[in-house]
Design a protein. Structure first.
Length: 377
């Protein structure tokens, strides 16, 4: 995959050396997903996707999106933000019309110098920032500042849950890598403790939810994804990556931090880049590192039909990767955000899935990003 994308989204590797156990586990069915031969790109989408709606985002000076955007959806509105470049949140309606921005970069009391991740609910837009200090900023949907809360820890993600917060830690944290705290950040309860030779990936949104019944924790460098229920976490999905073994196998062979990192970078291994699950589907992407080079594998599984397929994005295909940043919803839809050139380079066969082909013909490479809404079968 394109090295800039990997550096931006995947290669911030933090090594933590702690002990591992799992907290109270609830019994649940574990989905086993085997790696199998990738199918052609077109066949993959024709197998799972019914149609694709194209939603061009309004192109104005205030609404232009910087590189490597991420997407959240709430109440049929799109919230786009960057973890690199221009640090602010851009809000669009369901037709792509720009509404307003939320937050701004700077050194003021209401400003920040990066965005780790965001969360949107009925009352506010919250963002986690690591600079200048680890803090949670809250704004209303129109961008008005509400509050700022300084954090004692250095989490990689904070997710609102049950009148408190799920916190994903990644820096030799004695409390555990996944904990639950009350609304004040106190009374921590460990859901998953640290493991020996555990590596974390900065920039990965490890805690995800496609709907209220499917809240998951993606362990990134292992083969297991956990389902969160109540105040416990249990294995939900296990990947058998075969020749693209997970980083877990390498980490277990580590003798020390330095040699382990060098060994990893000179080996063939994979990490779970993102993961989503709803009542019918599993959607995941896996970055595979091969001695300094990398590519992306994407997988969709229909749990009811017990069918799953994989596709592979190579270096040359990275800029046209429709599933580079997919988001699965409870309505069996995948939303993703791409550059116009991705659609302008789309094959005639893929264009058959587009509901409004004129919207693609009217695009220009210099236009703002485009959101794709893929309805699954």
């Amino acid at each position: 995959m394109n090295k800039r994308i990997i550096l931006a989204l995947s290669l911030s590797l933090i090594i933590s050396l702690n002990g591992y156990t799992q907290s109270a586990v609830t019994k649940s069915k574990i989905e086993i997903v085997d790696l199998k031969k990738e199918i052609p790109y077109q066949q993959f989408f024709e197998t799972f996707v019914k149609e694709i709606e194209v939603i061009p985002l309004e192109t104005t000076k205030l609404s232009l999106i910087d590189k490597y955007p991420r997407l959240e959806i709430f109440d049929n509105q799109f919230y786009v933000y960057n973890t690199l470049g221009i640090y602010k949140i851009l809000r669009f309606d369901n037709n792509g019309k720009f509404l307003n921005s939320v937050g701004a970069s700077g050194r003021g009391p209401q400003e920040f110098n990066d965005i780790v991740n965001i969360e949107v609910d009925k009352k506010s837009v919250s963002l986690l920032s690591a600079r200048p200090s680890y803090s949670i900023y809250r704004f209303n949907h129109n961008g008005k500042f509400i509050s700022k809360r300084l954090l004692d820890e250095k989490p990689l993600q904070v997710f609102s849950y049950k009148e408190g917060s799920l916190i994903y830690n990644g820096f030799n944290n004695a409390q555990g890598r996944l904990i639950f705290t009350d609304s004040l950040g106190k009374n921590a309860r460990v859901l998953l403790k640290e493991k020996k030779f555990f590596q974390n990936m900065e920039g990965v949104k490890a805690i995800t939810s496609s709907c209220k019944d499917f809240l998951s924790f993606n362990d990134c460098f292992t083969d297991t994804v956990y389902r969160i229920s109540g105040l416990s976490a249990s294995p939900s999905v296990v990947y058998n990556m075969k020749e693209y073994k997970t980083a877990k196998e390498l980490l277990e062979q580590m003798k020390d931090q330095k040699s382990g990192f060098i060994n990893a970078m000179n080996s063939l291994f994979s990490v779970v880049f993102y993961f989503y699950e709803n009542h019918k589907y599993i959607l995941s992407a896996h970055t595979v590192f091969n001695k300094g080079k990398s590519f992306l594998l994407c997988m969709i599984k229909d749990k009811i039909a017990n069918r799953w397929e994989w596709i592979k994005y190579t270096d040359s295909q990275a800029s046209n990767a429709l599933l580079l940043s997919g988001l699965l919803t409870e309505k069996d839809e995948i939303f993703t955000i791409v550059q116009p050139k991705t659609l302008l380079n789309m094959s005639d066969e893929m264009m058959k899935l587009i509901t409004d082909k004129e919207s693609v013909k009217n695009l220009k490479e210099e236009d703002n990003y485009v959101i794709l809404r893929m309805k699954l079968k």
